[in-house]
Design a protein around this ligand. Structure first.
Ligand SMILES: C[S@@+](CC[C@H](N)C(=O)[O-])C[C@H]1O[C@@H](n2cnc3c(N)ncnc32)[C@H](O)[C@@H]1O
Length: 237
């Protein structure tokens, strides 16, 4: 069970939490390589940590989460308030290609039907998607802590389980990298992280990014034609 929003968000202000959060954000945003005017949906936004970072980098962000307490926290955690919707990411209440990019960080691991949720993420994304997942091939997974606290009940992924999730979806240029090799986050862990070559597969956090293939607008994706209309945002072409 997730802690209350205040406790959850306060973790990002601890020494370890700040380092982990910022390292994950840097990896994901660098890999996504978005233009700052591109719009983002943060699916499973929780208290809005990643939403806030992307807003600070100039993006218009909308958050969506199943938990009303988390969305209330996320909404009021910045000025102007973050637009947030309470909804299931396995049934996103947005038209196809509504946002330039859809991200979802350590949320899919708690969604019952993750294949449906990934399909929804790709459906709602116009150009890019980015997922933050927990790595089964990591020190963190081997540690006992994987079953406790915020990790309790989480699903852990491997490169092959991610590939299986994306198979048959209209995506390309999929890239997977990892970060947070030594999850303790102490000075030694931070030095190690900074000197290890990028691309090692054993970090606790997997950043999966990719492009959504341009779709044939005439093809019916099981929805009425009106739903193909994009939400007009700063990143709309
Ligand atoms: C570990 S938190 C991650 C929050 C945030 N993305 C972050 O990285 O700080 C997981 C979040 O996923 C949300 N969640 C779980 N299942 C969901 C679903 N089916 N639809 C939307 N959100 C969901 C939870 O409510 C929780 O806020």
């Amino acid at each position: 069970m997730m802690p209350d929003p205040e406790t959850y968000d306060a973790w990002y202000r601890t020494t370890r939490g700040r380092w982990i959060g910022e390292t994950e954000y840097r990896l994901l945003s660098r890999q996504l390589a978005l233009r700052s005017d591109e719009t983002i949906l943060d699916a499973g936004c929780g208290t809005g940590y990643f939403s806030r970072h992307f807003v600070q980098d100039g993006h218009s962000v909308v958050g969506v989460d199943l938990d009303p307490a988390a969305t209330a926290y996320a909404r009021s955690s910045q000025t102007p308030p973050l637009p947030c919707v309470v909804a299931d990411m396995a049934a996103l209440p947005f038209a196809d290609r509504s946002f330039d990019c859809v991200i979802s960080v350590t949320a899919l691991c708690f969604v019952e039907d993750e294949a449906k949720a990934v399909k929804e993420i790709v459906r709602v994304a116009h150009r890019r998607f980015g997922l933050g997942l927990l790595n089964r091939d990591s020190l963190l997974y081997r540690a006992k802590s994987r079953d406790a606290g915020s990790y309790a009940g989480a699903r852990w992924h491997s490169r092959s389980s991610v590939a299986a999730l994306l198979r048959n979806l209209p995506v390309s240029d999929v890239r997977m990298t990892t970060a947070i090799l030594v999850p303790g986050g102490g000075p030694l862990a931070q030095v190690l992280e900074s000197i290890t070559p990028a691309g090692l597969p054993w970090g606790s956090f997997i950043a999966v990014t990719g492009s959504v293939r341009p779709r044939d607008e005439s093809r019916d994706w099981g929805r009425s034609p009106a739903l193909f209309e994009r939400r007009k945002g700063p990143g709309s072409n």
